[in-house]
Design a protein around this ligand. Structure first.
Ligand SMILES: [Zn+2]
Length: 345
């Protein structure tokens, strides 16, 4: 009996090994382990055996069954792995794997929304490098020689150029405004363009300040730009971005490159104007310095101030994002913490 079983085992394993396709393998499986298989026959005829024989034959039969099962499953894997992906069996009952999708950073999203809002008003999008020079960051923009922003405590100067002057003294862009003169020198007037980008300040970080942050500046230069048309433009942009009318107020501001300059505050959307950490507990947040372009800046750009006038808007992107989502700490947006950023998908 044992010999008979050994023979069944050897021939069975041979058949499994020779199967070439899944269909063939299925046939072999039926043949070796089905109700009409030789193993099943042996089992059926065990009645005439002694108790000891029954035991050993039973054990051997079970062992052979297990060997067949293991070999069959290994052969199946082997056949499948050699098949073209297109021919492999597909189990449509298995739940699909969820598709992981990324999302735009909230600041990028805000920048895109602003680009779209400005583009609808005919503005071109312009970009500049992160490294600028004293000439473009300060000289062209009517900054006095002793202006504090020129000091190392505010601006990151590039090592090795500290002792130089003008175009040779390099720095990380402390603001975007330098790009306005660069654009005008290249394209002339009339012009309407936005120039979003990252700017760098050498300052202590807190809930509203970062060493590197995003700004968004827009400039319109034409022969007849009135102050009120600038204000209407600001209202239109804010309304497009926030999808509702936003309360704003204007205060006098001073910037070397404007005359007159102003500060546009918007009502704090984090606290609804009641007062919170973000708005320094006064219900308003400064989001948009700007003003009428200074005649000296027009001259730097090769334009005649008697002929041309213009209007700057500088938008604090980080602050608009804080307002949009009601987040009260600007540093979270730069933390690269996906647990935080995923909240905005
Ligand atoms: Zn507030």
């Amino acid at each position: 009996m044992k010999e008979r079983l050994e023979e069944i085992k050897t021939k069975g394993l041979e058949k499994i090994e020779n199967a070439k396709t899944l269909v063939e393998l299925e046939e072999v499986k039926k043949d070796l382990t089905g109700k009409k298989s030789k193993l099943a026959e042996v089992f059926k005829n065990m009645g005439s055996l002694s108790a000891d024989e029954k035991k050993s034959v039973g054990m051997l039969t079970t062992e052979i069954k297990n060997v067949f099962a293991e070999k069959l499953s290994r052969k199946e894997e082997e056949i499948i792995s050699n098949m073209s992906v297109l021919d492999r069996p597909i189990d449509i009952t298995i739940p699909g794997a969820p598709v992981k999708s990324g999302a735009l950073h909230p600041i990028t999203q805000m920048r895109n929304d602003l680009n779209e809002a400005f583009a609808s008003l005919g503005f071109e999008v312009y970009t500049e490098d992160d490294i600028s020079s004293e000439k473009y960051a300060f000289d062209n923009l009517n900054f006095a020689k002793d202006h504090p922003a020129r000091q190392s405590m505010d601006t990151y100067w590039i090592e090795g150029t500290e002792d130089k002057e003008g175009a040779e003294r390099l720095c990380l862009k402390p603001h975007l405004t330098g790009g306005s003169v660069r654009y005008l020198l290249k394209h002339g007037a009339p012009a309407r363009f936005v120039y979003p980008g990252k700017v760098f300040r050498n300052e202590t970080t807190d809930a509203r300040h970062e060493r590197a942050f995003y700004q968004y500046e827009a400039l319109i230069v034409d022969k007849d730009i009135s102050f009120s048309s600038g204000m209407v433009m600001i209202q239109t942009i804010l309304e497009k971005v926030f999808g509702k009318k936003i309360n704003t107020r204007m205060r006098e501001g001073f910037f070397p490159f404007t005359e007159p300059g102003y500060e546009i505050d918007m009502e704090c959307l984090v606290c609804g104007g009641v007062g919170c950490k973000v708005c320094n507990h006064n219900g308003w947040i400064e989001v948009m310095p700007g003003g009428v372009i200074h005649p000296n800046v027009l001259k730097s750009a090769g334009l005649n101030p008697d002929e041309w006038t213009g209007f700057y808007i500088n938008i604090g992107l980080d602050r608009l994002v804080m307002m949009r989502y009601g987040v009260d700490d600007v540093r979270l947006f730069h933390s690269s913490d996906l647990r935080f950023l995923k909240e905005f998908k």
